[in-house]
Write a protein that binds this ligand. Structure first.
Ligand code: MIG
Length: 781
């Protein structure tokens, strides 16, 4: 028998109700920096932030704007627009025009479709139509051309260009299938760079709930959907990919300068289980003269997986161990998960309950989820008190001599059906309570922020290092990101290139995959090829899972070891160049590892290219990502390139076939480039002396080049008070000769390397050198 339930609203699909647009424009209001549009079914605002940034915000029912989340690094972002002039409004029959200086807006009267145009840069956003969805969400459909490419989107599998893909932003612990169709991984960066005909714009949806970017279903247009929380979209007008990344990192912040040791080679394993094992590991690196900066301690170091403890059986004297390692130049980075074991005899848990720092339901019960330690409580990092409490716990590690922390499982991962915290758990959010559903993607970022701040407070002037698995836009301000549980598959090695490139385009300059592969079993050849590639990624850590074949450099005998060691040393040789790029990134937000399209936006051959990449703008890396392959096609953009190994000068603007026997990673240097490199002595790292490699081409394309070399003590914050040196290295070439020079730009000459050897590589393969010891110099060849 039927009851009234048969006609409950959900059963009746009212097409007209679903996907409702805002209807027609009723009235508009201009205010300083703002245009507010009242439509039949809702209001939205255009808020100008600068001459290149504008925010499109759907108002809540009470006509208020959503607050910017923690992702936004611009202070008082909602007030900021008020400093801009009032837009001039012109009413026309079909549309309303608003003139925000160089940004022109057109609102379609019938549909409320928003078109924006930057009249100086020539970039635009076409016909963005907002809709309210039946289930309380919002969406925007935006016009695009079939030729539009989509970059960014943070940590996603698949190709560099996301056209015909769709992705979900919901931080997820995905153990096995890192396959191209995985829509959500550990990190969510709701940021996309539409790119067409060499011009780029950026769209950032500041919403830490679930959202979706679909470049497939409405081809050639695309759709951005948010499940909850409002619609708050920042439009960045570009116009190059570089401009967009600079603007995006102005909005969401830039990474702080990491300690130099964080850029070195790191060795990890799930798990190095005892104190002896860890010490023996470090000894092995030293004996074999393989540089090593950090060893990671995975979950076995803890007492029953209780964070902020050491197992006294396995690690009887962590302080002594850490001191001994420090003498060998090796740092220890322990893993810290958010779950705190529910155990009435465990001091951290008791203190957390007493201080009321854990997440609770609305009704007041602790949220308890199963993770490694068994039933566990989860700190509510959205609350400043809880965050400060978590930060303070790190005194435990710092007192033992630790300067780096590895945050895992912070999506947060929970061993339950939905794999995470229940959506209706409440977050205090500093007096503006919200559900976990609304704030999910912030959890990992806020944990790493607490960790970074805790370390920084305790470290007395040393730079902290935090590595995280989960994150949201802005994570670069607190942590480096590794790409989670990949597998020892060739496919996962090659997929790491577009993934890390797109992370770099999404503000995260410091990231990398588990080198050698985490799950499954690596092979000697895969380890060699992956190490060769990893040596040129921003983050360089070898990590593998419990139960898999060992993959330390020597695990497969001397031949493999020797190649792996050579490339780890090469990483250290490139350190002065790399460190200078990191410094640049702290200032501009530009990634250190770049897709070719970033440097060659007018060359269509670069638009989908992601089986090779650039380190900075001058070093081109083309890894071998297939077994048995001993040569590969390499695309060299216009200009001349020098094969790093043979020093042969090659004309670009074409693809060439490059020899790559097992010990060779195809590596090219742009002609005219200046590469500051470390002079290595065995495994001695971060050396005192620098070589300045100058690569000349045949033609005049190398007439004049500059590179800014940055040096400081590598570990403290004293550089913020002037203890650093920045020199402009230059080459100038005219018919009479080549002049190589260094000029002091900034800082204190005391921090310059003691000596510098200039090595001039001529196009005929010969090399000339000159030794200089002055901070500023000029040498003519
Ligand atoms: O998969 O702590 O991604 O790097 O070794 C279980 C154990 C939890 C996941 C991390 C991985 C780490 C592992 N962890």
């Amino acid at each position: 028998m039927e009851t009234s339930e048969s006609i409950k609203p959900d059963n009746v699909q009212t097409k007209s109700m679903s996907d409702r647009g805002l209807g027609s424009v009723q009235r508009v209001e201009a205010q300083p920096g703002r245009l507010i549009v009242h439509a039949e079914r809702g209001s939205f605002g255009l808020l100008q932030l600068s001459s290149t940034m504008l925010r499109v915000v759907l108002c809540g029912p009470d006509a208020t704007w959503p607050d910017g989340t923690i992702a936004i690094a611009i202070q008082d972002v909602s007030e900021r627009s008020r400093q801009q002039p009032e837009p001039a409004v012109v009413d026309e029959i079909d549309s309303v025009h608003a003139d925000f200086g160089v940004i022109r807006a057109r609102i379609d009267r019938a549909t409320c479709g928003i078109s924006l145009h930057h009249c100086e840069l020539g970039t635009k956003l076409e016909n963005l139509e907002l809709r309210r969805l039946n289930d309380g969400g919002y969406s925007a459909v935006i016009d695009a051309k079939p030729t539009t490419r989509f970059y960014g989107l943070g940590e996603k599998p698949g190709e560099l260009n996301k056209r015909y893909d769709a992705y979900t932003m919901w931080n997820s612990d995905v153990y096995a299938p890192h396959v191209p169709e995985m829509e959500a991984l550990y990190v969510s960066i709701p940021f996309v760079i539409p790119f067409d005909e060499g011009k780029a714009t950026g769209l950032f949806l500041d919403n830490p709930g679930r959202s979706r970017f679909d470049f497939r279903s409405r081809t050639p247009n695309y759709e951005i959907t948010a499940d909850t929380g409002g619609f708050d979209l920042y439009v960045l007008f570009g116009s190059t990919v570089k401009d967009v990344v600079v603007q995006y990192t102005e909005l969401t912040g830039r990474m702080p300068l990491p300690p130099k040791w964080a850029l070195g080679y790191h060795q990890s394993r799930y798990s190095y289980e005892t104190q002896e094992e860890v010490l023996a590991l470090a000894e092995a690196f030293r004996t074999k003269q393989i540089p090593l900066d950090a060893i990671y301690l995975d979950i076995h170091y803890m007492d029953g997986y209780r964070v902020f403890t050491f197992d006294s059986g396995r690690f009887p004297d962590p302080k002594a161990m850490i001191a001994q390692l420090a003498e060998m130049g090796v740092k220890v980075v322990p893993i810290v998960d958010p779950g705190v074991k529910q155990d009435a005899e465990y001091a951290v848990y008791r203190d957390g309950v007493a201080k009321d720092v854990f997440c609770k339901s609305l009704e007041g019960d602790l949220f308890i989820g199963e993770v490694w330690p068994g039933k566990s409580a989860f700190p509510d990092f959205t609350d400043d008190t809880a965050k400060a409490w978590w930060a303070d716990q790190h005194a435990f590690y710092v007192d033992l001599g630790i300067q780096g922390i590895w945050n895992d499982m912070n999506e947060p991962a929970v061993f339950n059906d939905i794999k995470t915290m229940e959506p209706h758990v409440m977050h205090r959010n500093n007096g503006k309570p919200k559900t976990h559903r609304e704030l999910h993607n912030l959890y990992g970022l806020l944990m790493s922020k607490a960790t970074y701040e805790g370390l920084q407070r305790k470290l007395a002037g040393e730079r902290p290092f935090v590595l995280t698995r989960a994150g949201y836009a802005g994570i670069q301000r607190y942590a480096a990101v590794w790409t989670g549980d990949n597998r020892s598959f060739w496919e996962h090695m090659s997929m790491a290139i577009p993934m890390v490139l797109n992370m770099g385009l999404s503000g995260i300059a410091f990231s990398g995959p588990d080198v050698g592969g985490f799950a499954h079993h690596t092979t000697p050849e895969l380890l060699v090829r992956w190490t060769q590639m990893g040596a040129f990624f921003p983050f360089f850590r070898n990590h593998s899972a419990i139960g898999t074949l060992r993959q330390e450099p020597w695990s497969f005998g001397p031949e493999t070891e020797s190649i792996v060691a050579t490339y780890i040393r090469l990483r250290y040789e490139f350190m002065p160049y790399l460190y200078s790029l990191f410094r640049e990134s702290t200032i501009t937000g530009l990634p250190v590892m770049r897709p070719l399209v970033m440097e060659y936006p007018d060359d269509p051959a670069t638009y989908d290219l992601a089986d090779q990449f650039l380190l900075g703008s001058d070093v081109l890396v083309a890894p071998i990502c297939k077994p048995g392959e001993t040569c590969r096609k390499v695309y060299l953009p216009q200009g001349e390139w020098v094969n790093y190994w043979t020093k042969e000068v090659v004309e670009g603007g074409r693809s060439i076939l490059v020899d790559a026997p097992l010990d060779i990673l195809p590596l090219f240097v742009r002609a005219g480039a200046i590469l500051p490199l470390a002079v290595m002595d065995g495994d001695a790292r971060h050396g005192e002396s620098i070589a300045m490699d100058v690569y000349l081409g045949n033609t005049g394309s190398t007439d004049r080049r500059r590179f800014v070399l940055y040096e400081d003590d590598g570990h403290s914050f004293h550089y913020t008070e002037g203890d650093f040196v920045e020199r402009q290295l230059g080459i100038d070439r005219d018919p009479s000769g080549v002049t190589v020079s260094a000029r002091l730009l900034n800082g204190n000459p005391k921090f310059a390397a003691n000596s510098l050897q200039v090595r001039l590589h001529r196009a005929d393969g010969t090399m000339e050198t000159a030794q200089v010891s002055d901070v500023e110099f000029q040498v003519t060849f």
